[in-house]
Design a binder for this molecule. Structure first.
Ligand SMILES: Cc1cc2nc3c(=O)[nH]c(=O)nc-3n(C[C@H](O)[C@H](O)[C@H](O)COP(=O)(O)OP(=O)(O)OC[C@H]3O[C@@H](n4cnc5c(N)ncnc54)[C@H](O)[C@@H]3O)c2cc1C
Ligand SMILES: NC(=O)c1ccc[n+]([C@@H]2O[C@H](COP(=O)([O-])OP(=O)(O)OC[C@H]3O[C@@H](n4cnc5c(N)ncnc54)[C@H](OP(=O)(O)O)[C@@H]3O)[C@@H](O)[C@H]2O)c1
Length: 273
């Protein structure tokens, strides 16, 4: 069945981080509104990609099929373009095609924004600190939130912990440092965003090396942040690998945190598969 509320968007740029990770921007339809942290459904018809036209493979009927997947929006709600951060799964129906994107290619955007991993879900009064814990491309919704000045005004400390297998796969580090500088100066506090890189499968100077739940239990995440993690003073958001989300959520519960429902509670999560 074809998807409703779909409009074409054009690829404007592509950044390749590693053979398995890339980002791209597309045109933003005038009427499309979203809240930082939300996701959309993006569609590709492989036969329409320039790559297949260049390979003369467009007559292959199997390629002439619309494939849709959920994608978090990296860009801020105020940007003129929409940015996305993508994995490449070798045998994944969507990303094995999406990896061939070129500037000028057309994708489909379902213009209904989805998802509740947004800061609006929390009720006032807000606690002091916001902890954003991501694995892999689960960084995306947090990058959007961090480009919204309101996030910086609402919390005393924002701790972003971002876990990848290797240093190479730790994308967006320079952009995060740029956000620290730019938004930090807008709120007169260059130290407000505390960035904690985690690299789990090789050593990296300045990065933690264990998985998030272990780092929380032994206190090394809190120590690295220089901020205590306490249910009275923190909201915690988790995004990415569903096993990380589950294991970290359970760990946080033992520390007194509770899932956020109807505004009450401090943990909010989003699973990517
Ligand atoms: C709410 C939501 C938001 C999402 N946002 C993003 C996003 O911003 N960027 C993104 O790359 N993906 C995102 N995803 C995942 C995305 O929808 C697809 O699963 C992904 O593009 C792979 O599609 P595929 O058809 O190639 O493989 P699929 O058949 O969809 O997935 C095959 C397997 O690949 C692994 N996998 C899937 N996605 C990822 C991933 N992102 N990182 C690591 N392993 C993965 C899992 O083991 C999964 O079972 C999101 C998913 C959800 C539910
Ligand atoms: N080099 C490669 O072969 C390669 C590279 C990238 C992607 N891929 C493909 O992409 C997929 C994985 O992508 P990815 O590396 O972005 O995602 P990932 O496997 O979710 O790993 C990202 C980060 O999450 C951590 N993590 C995983 N499970 C966790 C848990 N239960 N609790 C806490 N942390 C956890 C990982 O630590 P750990 O290192 O401890 O698992 C890693 O630091 C796979 O399907 C793979 O086929 C392969």
């Amino acid at each position: 069945m074809s998807e409703k509320n779909v409009v074409p968007v054009t690829v404007l740029s592509k950044t390749t981080w590693t053979p398995n990770l890339f980002s791209f921007t597309v045109t933003r339809p005038d009427s499309f509104k979203f809240t930082a942290g939300q996701f959309v459904r993006l569609g590709v018809n492989p036969s329409k990609l320039k790559y297949h036209q260049q390979q003369n493979s467009t007559t292959d009927k199997a390629l002439d099929e619309d494939i849709f997947r959920a994608y978090s929006i990296v860009s801020s709600p105020f940007d003129e373009e929409l940015e996305f951060f993508s994995i490449v799964i070798a045998d994944g129906a969507f990303t094995s095609q999406l990896q061939h994107l070129q500037v000028g290619d057309e994708l489909m955007l379902n213009t209904i924004p989805f998802g509740f991993l947004t800061l609006a879900r929390y009720q006032q009064p807000l606690p002091k600190d916001l902890w954003l814990l991501a694995t892999g491309t689960g960084l995306a919704p947090f990058l959007s939130m961090l480009q919204d000045l309101q996030t910086w005004e609402d919390y005393e400390h924002i701790i972003l912990a971002y876990s990848a297998r290797s240093q190479e796969e730790l994308a967006y580090v320079e952009q995060i440092e740029q956000l620290q500088e730019n938004f930090g100066s807008l709120v007169d506090n260059p130290a407000k965003l505390i960035f904690i890189p985690i690299v789990t499968r090789e050593p990296m100077a300045g990065a933690l090396t264990e998985r998030l739940p272990k780092l929380l239990v032994d206190g090394s995440l809190q120590q690295k942040a220089g901020v205590p993690l306490d249910p009275e003073s923190a909201h915690v958001m988790l995004c990415g690998n569903p096993e990380m989300v589950e294991d970290t959520k359970e760990t946080l519960k033992t520390m007194g945190f509770v899932m956020n429902r109807r505004g009450e509670g401090n943990i909010a999560v989003e699973n990517y598969w």
